[in-house]
Design a protein around this ligand. Sequence first.
Ligand code: PLP
Length: 456
Amino acid sequence: MLEVSREPIRDLAALDTAHHLHPFADMKELVEGGVRVMTRGEGVYVWDGEGKRYLDAFAGLWCVNVGYGRREITEAVVAQMDALPYYNSFFATTTAPTARLAAEIARLAGPGLSRVFFTNSGSEANDTWLRMARVHWATLGQPDKKIVIARHNAYHGSTVAGASLGGMKHMHEQGDLPIPGIVHIGQPHWYVEGGDLSPEEFGLARARELEEKILELGPERVAAFVAEPVQGTGGIIVPPASYWPEIQRICRKYDILLAVDEVITGFGRLGSWFGFQHYGLTPDFCVIAKGLSSGYQPIAGVIVADRVADVLTNQAGQFHHGFTYSGHPVAAAAALANLRILEEERLVERIRDDIGPYFAERWGSLADHVMVGEAVSTGLLGAVQIVIDKATRTRFSRPHDIGMIVRNFCIMRGVIVRASADRILVSPPFIITREEVDQIVSTLRAVLDYVAAELS
Ligand code: PLP
């Protein structure tokens, strides 16, 4: 193992703040506050350059699902690098791991979803299906059927199309987004936006906004609807049970393609291989990334329904789209090794039958805290909504500030969580033990106790 002494770590941090522009960062604040250099990971733990250990309750960035330090993946990567470190899949060529991985993904996705287009990131995968959807309808003689309906407070990535599909106001404010042809409807966030409606009534009302929008625009102009099965970055928003069946009904009725963005939910996080299986949906596109390789290599893609892929394959001619690293053999080898671990260790079943229900019970216990409006979970995703008054569901006037305070205290106490405004999010590795779940919950409770005492 590479040992790094304290002095070079400080130098590294200085080099970083001088030369590295970070994603989603206020660089001025970052330069003033400094960076934490992470040096090592094992199981659910990571270490920084000062030697401090953290329980990573966020699995990196929703991705290190099999945990850190998996030799099987490292060995698969090294073997593929030795055999063939790169080849493209542009000119009627492929590589062994790329072909095998496509087949494995199709097997896990099940009937009707037998084709995969590979990309490097979730953002690119969203760009990819958007172009495919428009080519699909144009090939079928409907070139005007090209508008995509997405949702406020969704996250679909940072490319121009990805950020446009997303519904993050602060992202739209930079760079004149969304691009034309992408419109947004409301999110199914009952706790904050549900008012006097029951969750089921609210779920139906929000789903019916899709129908209203389709009728307003004209079904002959709407290509697709896109959504995350459970919104992740927006705050782990679990939709009411009435929501998804109604969305599926509406998409079928008006012949609108359904794109599910499973960058977070794909490959087991909800206790099913995919969120669309969990919710009983039949998508036309399924966006995959993160959990495909547990973040060990950058690889992502779109699973394409046969009804769309058949048009593309048989009628559309050349699809002028792709990336130098689409289906990269080393990334594909890492993904194959990762999927093997998930299956051999039955980690998806473990979430469904064992650690998921335990996590739900322990996480749900936070709901009795004076600062917690709701503590929701599904599979191994959990969110806590911080409030100033539970009875009236009143939030702090500066939601981002309270969220960051709670998050920072958790990290100081050795548990990495994330804040989405005033919601605290966790998404731990699938290998987490019951004791480690207890540690996450007790750390968050202790931090909330401390903050509540300071505020009173
Ligand atoms: N879609 C969803 C649902 C995501 O959560 C993310 C990233 O967090 C993306 C797309 C973008 O993926 P990437 O960062 O790989 O471009």
